[in-house]
Structure formats: structure tokens, C-alpha cells
Ligand binder design. Structure first.
Ligand SMILES: [Zn+2]
Length: 270
């Protein structure tokens, strides 16, 4: 179950009941409780969208503080809608925590087995995928927009955890965060064609015709990939929360017409 919990001041944290709180800290942020203005109001967590960097720093500090995390330790990525996965060690702690140019370059998924090292990625309609392996005590976070999803970033991240930490898919827990839902995500024929080619066995589940237009179900596409890689259904939790329908609560690139902030997804091993 995905629940939004108020953490003091006006900071709200989206959490999945699947993840054991004694082993891993995780959360999805909302728009609420920050100091940013205009299209970034108020808790924009991303440095690359044109917001004031000092305000972003305050927002990150507030969100991390509510979770008991140190914002100066955040490891973030450039996020280029590709499928590179970075193995994060103590040496990468703080990368991109204050300066975007210092974030891990051309990276769309982060994984670690270091306790106390928070991984954070940023979203406005793209799908956050959080992964936790309680057996090998490893965690990962992936950015699944349509481009990352068509490149199977979720499945590739599970495979990378296997190589790096010995993660077995059957042990792995996965959460699919708030992102644009099939209700709102109309796509063109070219994108639909790429999904038909990449995931032909799931095309009927993830592509739906509505009023003559094709809608993409990114949640289901990522869930199908995780199942294909060996995760068990009861280890996958889908927030099933559309950022475009709920653009008062979450930043939504489509609903906000492009100029908007980013929510953050964070995961850190205890
Ligand atoms: Zn929607």
C-alpha cells in the first residue's frame, strides 16, 4: 500500500508498506512544504529545471531532515532517459547534492550496498522504481520514463544488482512510484511502435486505445518487466497514483505544460 504521511512542518512523504522500515529508509516527496516559487512551488527538489539553487538546497534539506537523512550525502544523477546504472559507493556520497554538474553523468539508475548513503532521483511524470534486496542488503532507484522503460531499465537494474551484490530477483522488493497514469498518458504511433517491438508479449496490457488514441501504461510496463526478470507478484507494489490527475500534489510535466519542478524519490539503507 502507498500512503502519504505528514512528517512535521508541511513535509509529506509517500511510502510503500512493502519496504521494511527497520532496514531501509525510502520516500517520495510532494509539492508541499518547500520555499520555491512560481512553477516550482513549493518543494522542487531538482537543480536542473531553472529554479533558484539556494531554494532547492533548502527544500532538499527539509525533505531529508524529515526522513533523518543528511542532504549533503545525497547521491544524484544527470538523468538523460537512457539506461546506464551506476554502482554507488562511499566515494560518490554527495555527488550532485549541491551542484547539478557534479551529479553522476548520463546515469538513470543508482544502486548501493552502503548503509546511510541516500540515493535520490527526480521526476515529473516519469516512473520512479525503487528496489530493495533484504537478503544482500542492497538498494536501487531507477528513472523509468518511456525511453528508459522501452530500454528495460527496471529489469536491467535488477540484473545489475545481481552482478554487483548477488541479488536474486525472487528476493527483491520493488515499488512503482507516482507517475503519469494510463488515464492521462496519450502517446503517438512512433512511441507505441517502440513498445510493441520491445515488449510484444505485453503490448495488449500496456497499450490501450481510448477514443482513437493510444495510451501507455508505464506502471504495468515496468511491473511486467520486473515479473519477467523473476520478481514475484507479491513483492511488487504499485502506487497507481497519476501525477497528472494529481498535479496539485505532485509535479507533472504534462499537466503543468513543461515548466515545472520535480518530486524526488529517495532510498537509503539503514
Ligand atoms: Zn491521470
Amino acid at each position: 500500500m502507498f500512503v502519504l504521511e505528514k512528517q512535521g512542518r508541511n513535509i509529506w512523504c509517500g511510502r510503500f508498506s512493502l519496504f521494511p522500515e527497520d532496514l531501509v529508509t525510502h520516500a517520495i516527496s510532494t509539492r508541499f512544504g518547500g520555499v520555491s516559487q512560481g512553477p516550482f512551488a513549493s518543494l522542487n527538489l531538482a537543480l536542473h529545471v531553472g529554479d533558484d539553487g539556494e531554494r532547492v538546497a533548502v527544500n532538499r534539506w527539509r525533505f531529508c531532515d524529515a526522513l533523518g537523512l543528511d542532504a549533503a550525502q545525497l547521491c544524484t544523477a544527470e538523468q538523460v532517459h537512457a539506461d546506464r546504472i551506476a554502482r554507488v559507493t562511499r566515494a560518490e556520497a554527495g555527488r550532485g547534492s549541491r551542484i547539478y554538474a557534479d551529479a553522476l553523468p548520463e546515469t538513470d539508475a543508482l544502486m548501493t550496498n552502503e548503509p546511510g548513503l541516500p540515493l535520490m532521483l527526480f521526476f515529473a511524470d516519469c516512473t520512479p522504481i525503487l528496489l530493495f534486496d533484504p537478503v544482500h542488503h542492497a538498494a536501487a532507484l531507477a528513472h523509468g520514463g518511456w525511453k528508459g522503460t522501452v530500454r528495460s531499465i527496471a529489469a536491467k537494474t535488477v540484473a545489475a544488482m545481481g552482478t554487483a551484490y548477488g541479488t536474486r530477483p525472487a528476493d527483491c522488493l520493488a515499488a512503482i512510484g507516482p507517475s503519469i497514469g494510463p488515464c492521462c498518458y496519450e502517446i503517438g504511433d512512433e512511441v507505441a511502435g517502440q513498445f510493441q517491438q520491445a515488449m510484444p508479449q505485453f503490448a495488449s496490457e500496456i497499450l490501450q486505445k481510448k477514443n482513437g488514441h493510444t495510451h501507455l501504461n508505464l506502471w504495468q510496463a515496468n511491473a511486467c518487466q520486473l515479473l519477467s526478470t523473476g520478481l514475484v507478484p507479491e513483492h511488487i507494489e504499485n502506487a497507481a497514483t497519476c501525477t497528472s490527475c494529481n498535479s496539485q500534489v505532485f509535479f507533472s510535466y504534462r499537466a503543468d505544460g513543461g515548466k515545472t519542478g520535480r518530486i524526488g524519490a529517495v532510498i537509503a539503507l539503514k
